[in-house]
Design a protein around this ligand. Structure first.
Ligand code: PEP
Length: 255
């Protein structure tokens, strides 16, 4: 049984005060939820404050990026050790916005995954095709490229700790969600790749989240899909009401 994991990617939104208000509301509304792993991923500037606000709660904290070196002359970067130190348990790696705007490649994704795992952070690894790639019939090819090359030299023990987020780029922030069938098809394909890279047993334990315009209204149908094990939520994670509803709806899904 794979436990559903719902993570909120706040991107570059929210001041400390806004973030604190949001997590106070989430803490109040979600404290009874035990069957879902809940994560919020705010900007770096909020991490320490939210770690305090969420201490002893059922909501964990993740960062949105990490550098692979432990320390050194790398102006503007933050290491896995620093993220752990501030209270993070998770880190998003290889988000399409980082691939598109900040030169993230499969190679840098792979280095970041290894650094995160070495230091005990759980990487949420984003993969997914653009609209042009989907329309050219290249979805599986792109997924194979992102998954195989992102996971080079990851041991089977470490593989058990990772989370993959299938995020079709055309569905991120567009309001256009993949249909439950499209999501299931991609997730099944990714799980098949994980069988080839690792083995059946490991692949059956790795959680694969769907991301791309997840809202309360589409959560249930998406989460019901056999290979969809959670959601990475952008826009709808910025408001307590919608994120709470997504988590609760996911919690009601029986597979
Ligand atoms: C994301 O940023 O990972 C995301 C899925 O965004 P949205 O839910 O807004 O499409």
């Amino acid at each position: 049984m794979r436990k559903i994991i719902i993570a909120g990617n706040w991107k570059m939104y929210k001041t400390i005060k806004d973030g604190q208000e949001l997590v106070v509301a989430l803490r109040r509304d979600l404290y009874q939820i035990e069957n879902i792993d809940i994560v919020v991923c705010p900007p770096f500037t909020l991490l320490a404050y939210l770690a305090d606000a969420l201490e002893t709660s059922n909501i964990k904290i993740g960062a949105q990026n990490v550098y692979w070196q432990e320390e050194g002359a790398f102006t503007g970067e933050v290491s896995s050790k620093m993220l752990l130190d501030v209270g993070c348990s998770y880190v998003i790696i290889g988000h399409s916005e980082r691939r598109q705007f900040f030169g993230e490649t499969n190679e840098t994704v792979n280095k970041k995954i290894k650094a995160a795992l070495k230091n005990g952070l759980i990487p949420i690894i984003c993969v997914g095709e653009t609209l042009v790639e989907r329309e050219a019939g290249e979805t599986f090819k792109v997924l194979e490229d992102h998954v195989r090359n992102g996971l080079v030299d990851i041991s089977t023990d470490d593989a058990l700790k990772i989370i993959i987020a299938y995020e079709p780029v055309w569905a991120i922030g567009t309001g256009r969600t993949a249909s439950p069938q499209q999501a299931q098809e991609a997730h099944k394909y990714i799980r098949g790749l994980l069988v080839k890279i690792f083995n059946e047993d490991v692949a059956s334990q790795i959680r694969i989240q769907y991301g791309g315009s997840v809202k309360p209204e589409n959560t249930e149908e998406l989460m019901k899909q056999p290979d969809v094990d959670g959601a990475l939520v952008g826009g709808a994670s910025l408001k307590a009401d919608s994120f709470t509803e997504i988590v609760k709806k996911a919690g009601e899904v029986v597979k």
